[in-house]
Design a protein around this ligand. Structure first.
Ligand SMILES: Nc1ncnc2c1ncn2[C@@H]1O[C@H](COP(=O)(O)OP(=O)(O)OP(=O)(O)O)[C@@H](O)[C@H]1O
Ligand SMILES: [Mg+2]
Length: 312
C-alpha cells in the first residue's frame, strides 16, 4: 500500500534534505515516499488523509500547522510528535512527573505571572492570587543560587541565573505575561544531553558553557555507567510523555542525574551541533520510525489516548 510521509520544518537546513532522501530511498520497495509537506486552507475531513505520517519540527511556532495536525491525527495520520500533548506540555508539569517517577529534578516552584493582558482588572480578576508573593518562602524551598525560566519555551530565551533575592525580583519584573518557574540551580560536575527517538537513546556529554556550536562534546564520552543511567531515565521520561522524539538534559551533581529540561519535542538534529556520527544516528532512527508507521508495523504511542477516540 502506498504511503506518503510529510515533513514540517522551520529554519533548520541540515536535517530535512538527507532525511527525505533516506526515507525515499529506503521506502521505495514499500511504495513509501517523503516530501516537504505543503499546506494551505485544509478542510476538516480528508479521505484518505494526504499524509500517512508527518514529522513535525515546527508547529510550536506555526499554530496553523498545529490545528491541521490535530485534525490529521484524528483521521489516522501518525503525527510525530503528538500535537495534543505537545500543546499541553509544560516544564512545571514535567518536573512533577519526574519527581513521581523517582527521577531527580531540581526543587521547582511555579510563579504567578508578573503582568496580564490589558483588560484584566486586578481587583476583580485576580482575587485568587496571593499578593505580594512570599519571596523568602519561595527561595527557602528552591535555595539560592537558582534559575528563573519560562514554563514553556526554548532557545535559552528568558533564562535568568539568580544569585540573590534582589536578582530574583529584578528578573521577575522583566518577565511580563510569561509564566515562569524558579528552580534550584544544580551546580554540576558533568552535564549530559540525550537524543531520544522511539525507544532508542543517544547520550552526549554536553557543555552549556561553551559557544552554541561546540556544546555537544564528541571527543570525551561520559563514563558507561552514567551514560546507561541517563539513557534509561531519558527513555522512561520520553515514554511517559508519549513523545516519539525528544531531547532530555541532565546535570550531574555528586553522581546524581538531575533532569533539567526535557520539554524539547523538536530536538536539535543539526549536523553542525550533534556532529557526523550523531547525525547519522538520527537519520537512521528517524527513518526507521517513519517507515515503521508508514508500513503500519507500529502505532504512535498516543493513538487512542484521548477520550474522543472512543466516539470515532
Ligand atoms: N536548574 C538548573 N540548574 C542548572 N542549570 C540550569 C538549570 N536550569 C537551566 N539551566 C541551564 O540553562 C540552560 C537553559 O535552560 P533550559 O534548557 O531549561 O532552557 P531552554 O530554553 O529549554 O533551552 P534549550 O533550547 O537548549 O532546550 C540549560 O542548558 C542549563 O545549562
Ligand atoms: Mg528546552
Amino acid at each position: 500500500m502506498e504511503a506518503k510521509v510529510g515533513l514540517l520544518v522551520g529554519v533548520e537546513n541540515t536535517f530535512p534534505k538527507p532525511f527525505l532522501e533516506m526515507v525515499n530511498e529506503r521506502g521505495r520497495p514499500y511504495q513509501v515516499t517523503a516530501e516537504l509537506a505543503k499546506l494551505g486552507g485544509v478542510p476538516e475531513i480528508e479521505e484518505p488523509p494526504r499524509y500517512q505520517v508527518i514529522v513535525d519540527r515546527i508547529s510550536h511556532e506555526v499554530p496553523f500547522y498545529r490545528a491541521y495536525l490535530k485534525s490529521a491525527a484524528l483521521q489516522g495520520t501518525a503525527v510525530i510528535n503528538d500535537p495534543f500533548w505537545w500543546e499541553a506540555d509544560e516544564k512545571f508539569f514535567e518536573c512533577t512527573l519526574a519527581r513521581r517517577l523517582g527521577i531527580a529534578v531540581p526543587r521547582t516552584v511555579v510563579l504567578p505571572n508578573k503582568e496580564y493582558i490589558p483588560y484584566i482588572d486586578p481587583e476583580r480578576s485576580l482575587r485568587n492570587l496571593e499578593f505580594p508573593l512570599d519571596w523568602d518562602g519561595i527561595c527557602r524551598y528552591t535555595g539560592l543560587p537558582a534559575v528563573l525560566k519560562p514554563n514553556t519555551g526554548g532557545g535559552w530565551r528568558d533564562v535568568y541565573m539568580i544569585d540573590t533575592l534582589d536578582d530574583l525580583i529584578r528578573a521577575y519584573n522583566q518577565t511580563g505575561t510569561k509564566t515562569m518557574i524558579l528552580q534550584e540551580r544544580i551546580e554540576w560536575q558533568d552535564y549530559l544531553r540525550c537524543v531520544v527517538i522511539g525507544r532508542e537513546v543517544l547520550v552526549f556529554r554536553y557543555d552549556p558553557n561553551r559557544p552554541f556550536m561546540e556544546r555537544y562534546v564528541t571527543d570525551a564520552p561520559p563514563p558507561a555507567g552514567l551514560r546507561d543511567q541517563a539513557a534509561e531515565q531519558a527513555r522512561v521520561l520520553t515514554e511517559a510523555l508519549g513523545y516519539d522524539m525528544d531531547t532530555v538534559e541532565f546535570a550531574v551533581r555528586d553522581g546524581v542525574l538531575y533532569a533539567i529540561d526535557f520539554l524539547n519535542p523538536a530536538p536539535d538534529f543539526d549536523s553542525f551541533s550533534i556532529k557526523a556520527d550523531g547525525f547519522k544516528w538520527v537519520l537512521q532512527h528517524m527513518c526507521d520510525l517513519v517507515l515503521g508507521y508508514a508500513r503500519g508495523e507500529m502505532e504512535p504511542p498516543w493513538r487512542g489516548a484521548h477520550r474522543w477516540w472512543r466516539f470515532v
